[in-house]
Design a protein around this ligand. Structure first.
Ligand code: ATP
Ligand code: MG
Length: 339
């Protein structure tokens, strides 16, 4: 059957309210999408399906305190904590980093692709990874790359929001998220992981925060082998040693060196018809970008390209980036950074 045939059947059974057949076709379409390598679509559809089933179970008139009531409350609370559910098309190609880090990440992906072999030999699977380093150097990007390479859905959880809003509920809610994610074979991405450390400063919350950290430690310790947790922080020093020790892999995504800047610039402009007029100009830009994050350099280049285009919009054979504009932008960023 083609994708269109499935859609026709879905429309038919949906309109006829034939739940049983509808579920069957949806499951077939998920399988079909997997086989035809539309993995992200398959993942999204599966998530919609699971969520639909869950919300159906909790629909209708609900008695306070009944099982249905708690299911609905659970769903509401979990959804508040997950800021995004996403699939990703990013691959290793998108991430500029050192060869060593590339290799570490490739092995991490391989472990999960070959998880059955590891289990057969009773070997532990690395499934807890921490990205740390300054802002704009690829922590979020690297986690998207892992989700893309592993073809898994990712739950993005903002610990900052959780910790600041409902501290009292945090332990309970985190446990729920972990349970849900492992049931759905998702990656859990804990952004702003340092929020766990920060709250220790507010003395009145001390006891509560300890509980949250202990919960995380336990959740990490009992994490099923095929679940994956990725955490990111730009303040490593805020984190407890006990927490740090739990990670199988700690990856430092730092400011780019010259070689990495050159690669980033290459990747950024290769998506446009623009280039640098001379190698010397390019080298000057690389030198000037030293000390800035990947994000800031990329932003300056794209802004310079747009401005070059507006200043001389006539179509030419070749487009050269106005390096005067770019240099000014980079200098401004540097100035802002040192303030
Ligand atoms: N190592 C990198 N390779 C390629 N592009 C990068 C890299 N780091 C950052 N970028 C670019 O900058 C954007 C922002 O980076 P990202 O969100 O991953 O930073 P971050 O480390 O998570 O920062 P923050 O600490 O502020 O959350 C990316 O979407 C990408 O376009
Ligand atoms: Mg980030």
């Amino acid at each position: 059957m083609s994708q269109f045939d499935y859609i026709k059947e879905i429309a038919k059974y949906g309109l006829e309210n034939d739940q049983e057949q509808l579920l069957e076709v949806l499951n077939k379409l998920i399988e079909h999408s997997r086989q035809t390598k539309k993995t992200n679509f398959a993942l999204q559809l599966q998530s919609i399906l699971k969520e639909g089933l869950r919300s159906q179970q909790s629909k209708g008139l609900t008695k306070v305190g009944s099982k249905k009531y708690f299911l609905r409350e659970d769903d509401r609370e979990i959804n508040e904590l997950i800021i995004e559910k996403l699939t990703s098309d990013y691959t290793f190609e998108n991430l500029v980093c050192s060869e060593e880090i590339h290799e570490e990440l490739r092995y991490f992906v391989k472990e999960h692709q070959g998880i059955d072999i590891l289990k057969k030999f009773d070997l532990p699977v690395s499934n807890r990874i921490l990205f740390y380093g300054p802002s704009g150097c690829g922590k979020t990007l690297a986690s998207y790359v892992l989700a893309g390479e592993l073809d898994k859905m990712m739950y993005v959880i903002n610990l900052g929001a959780i910790v600041s809003s409902k501290l009292g509920e945090t332990s309970k809610n985190l446990a729920k998220i972990f349970r849900r994610a492992s049931g759905e074979d998702c990656i859990i991405f804990l952004d702003e992981f340092d929020s766990l450390g920060k709250v220790r400063d507010y003395s009145q919350d001390h006891g509560e925060m300890k509980r949250v950290v202990n919960t995380i430690l336990q959740l990490f310790d009992y994490l099923p082998q095929d679940s994956i947790v990725i955490a990111a922080t730009n303040q490593l020093q805020m984190l407890d040693d006990a927490l740090l020790r739990r990670f199988d892999l700690k990856v430092n995504l730092d400011l780019p060196n010259k070689q990495q800047l050159s690669e980033l610039i290459d990747k950024t402009i290769s998506k446009t018809p623009f280039k640098f007029k001379t190698k010397k100009e390019l080298n000057e830009i690389i030198k000037l970008s030293d000390g800035l994050s990947y994000y800031l350099v990329q932003k300056a280049i794209l802004t310079a390209i747009k401005r070059t285009l507006f200043d001389s919009p006539t179509k030419k054979e070749e487009y050269y980036i106005n390096t005067g504009i770019l240099k000014t932008l980079l200098l401004k960023e540097k100035e802002a950074e040192t303030k």
